[in-house]
Design a protein around this ligand. Structure first.
Ligand code: FES
Ligand SMILES: [Fe+2]
Length: 445
């Protein structure tokens, strides 16, 4: 990748800085046969909400491939290449059968795995006996459909993360489309500095005042990918938040409006989501918004606003607000789309605040080049459930404490090390381990 050298220029130097570099193809191109596209295809990817698939086929574009998803009359899910193997008519106009789907043009009949069941306009079975239509396996998990689009022989197990099984929680599926490359949506998850600026100090607190407090940061690899470790001091409490990126393109985060003013140990996540490339310049985030009383004591969240192209916190879509409102109070959507359709790394000037972004890019590049097993297959698990590392811990300090930066950083490192070492334990065990560590070490003298 060529870097553009603009050092040493004086003011009014626009003329010398017109060049726009090429996107980093290795990390941003997702179509069939591309390095990143092949890497993403090695993992189960969410493709839509189950509620979107009713009695008609649904056209989709995922990883640059045109597809249709449908549920046949027996309730089985099919994900087929969109264009009929005969002469290419779209199967979005297909007629759903008890078993599979029939192309409306000349009646070729496909099973959910792509086998051709009949070609009624043909006198013999000659064509159907030698052809198979493109199809991918689909599974439904708690209201979201996932597909595996990689080579059949490399299909990993569908991962089951501990945060999918938190009791007393409401999991509400959502999708959010955005017109830009997947990586700039994903790498935002490892840019905790923007939480302080974009979401708090620039135009007012979008997710609560506590998130605008000065933070000590660390970035740590996990068995699943990486997490940023944010530690703040707020209302006489240490507040540690770990925000996690699970490779290749999954992310989870803590309470949206965390107040961080009461003791909390290993409070789990408010969303679990995947940034799925539609193609190189369009992305859809698909996941669950998770509701649970402890996550939102102020009752700001609203499950009725969560669904297709909609979520209950600000700045995630183009439709929710006018252009003027989005200019006056920009959010995640505005910054991600405006980095260009595909952000050009050659034109960036990465700074100390970008340590997480740089680390995530490095992990992704290394994983693409290694083409090894997906991390969820080798991560610590208990009874098949994979331990994850996203959480909030809030712990009281001694009265009127004013911890030095070093004390905040140390608190964060100790919480992170404790949760990193406990991925194989159940939630109660992990919480107990944290409590033990904190009770013996804090409040600090
Ligand atoms: S184009 Fe589909 S059956 Fe002819
Ligand atoms: Fe954000």
């Amino acid at each position: 990748m060529k870097t553009i050298d603009t050092s040493g220029l004086k003011g009014y130097s626009g003329y010398f800085k017109r060049e726009v570099g090429e996107p980093d193809a290795e990390l941003t191109r997702v179509g069939p046969g591309t390095p990143c596209g092949e890497w993403l295809r090695r993992s189960w990817q969410p493709i839509c909400m189950a509620s979107e698939v009713r009695d008609l086929p649904v056209p989709l574009r995922i990883l640059g491939e045109d597809l249709v998803v449908f549920r046949d009359g027996s309730g089985r899910l099919g994900l087929l290449h969109k264009h009929c193997s005969h002469r290419g008519a779209s199967l979005e106009y297909g007629i759903i059968q008890q078993c599979g789907i029939v192309c409306c043009y000349h009646g070729w009949h496909y099973d959910i795995d792509g086998k051709i069941l009949s070609t009624p306009a043909e006198p013999t079975d000659r064509i159907r006996s030698r052809l198979v239509h493109g199809a991918y396996p689909v599974r439904e998990v708690n209201g979201i459909l996932f597909a595996y689009m990689g080579p059949p022989g490399d299909m990993p197990p569908m991962p089951s993360y501990d945060t999918q099984l938190i009791p007393d929680s409401q999991f509400v599926p959502f999708t959010l489309g955005i017109t830009c490359n997947w990586l700039q949506v994903y790498e935002n998850t490892q840019d905790p500095v923007h939480v302080v600026y974009l979401h708090t100090r620039m135009t007012g607190a979008q997710f609560g005042d506590a998130s605008g407090a000065e933070q000590e940061l660390d970035f740590v690899e996990t068995p699943l990918g990486m997490m940023n470790v944010q530690t703040r001091f707020w209302k006489n409490h240490y507040w540690n938040r770990t925000t996690e990126s699970i490779l290749p393109n999954c992310n989870q985060g803590g309470a949206i409006w965390e107040t961080a003013d009461t003791t909390k140990l290993f409070q789990r996540v408010a969303f679990l989501r995947w940034m799925v490339p539609i193609d190189d310049t369009h992305t859809v985030t698909i996941g669950w918004r998770i509701f649970r009383d402890e996550l939102d004591p102020q009752k700001i969240g609203d499950a009725s606003r969560v669904g297709k192209q909609s979520i209950d916190f600000v700045g995630q879509t183009e439709e929710e607000r006018s252009y003027e409102q989005r200019q006056r109070f920009p959010g995640d959507y505005e910054v991600q789309v405006s980095q260009r359709a595909i952000a050009v790394h050659a034109n960036e000037n990465l700074a100390t605040s970008d340590r997480g972004v740089a680390t995530l890019r490095r992990l992704i590049r290394n994983a693409i080049r290694a083409a090894g097993p997906v991390r969820s297959s080798t991560a610590p698990a208990k009874d098949g459930v994979i331990g994850t590392y996203c959480q909030d811990t809030v712990w009281p300090a001694t009265a009127n404490a004013t911890p030095a930066k070093g004390a905040l950083a140390e608190f964060g490192q100790r919480v992170a090390a404790t949760i990193l070492a406990s991925g194989h334990q159940d939630e109660a065990g992990r919480r107990a381990g944290l409590r033990q560590m904190l009770e013996t070490g804090y409040p600090l003298e």
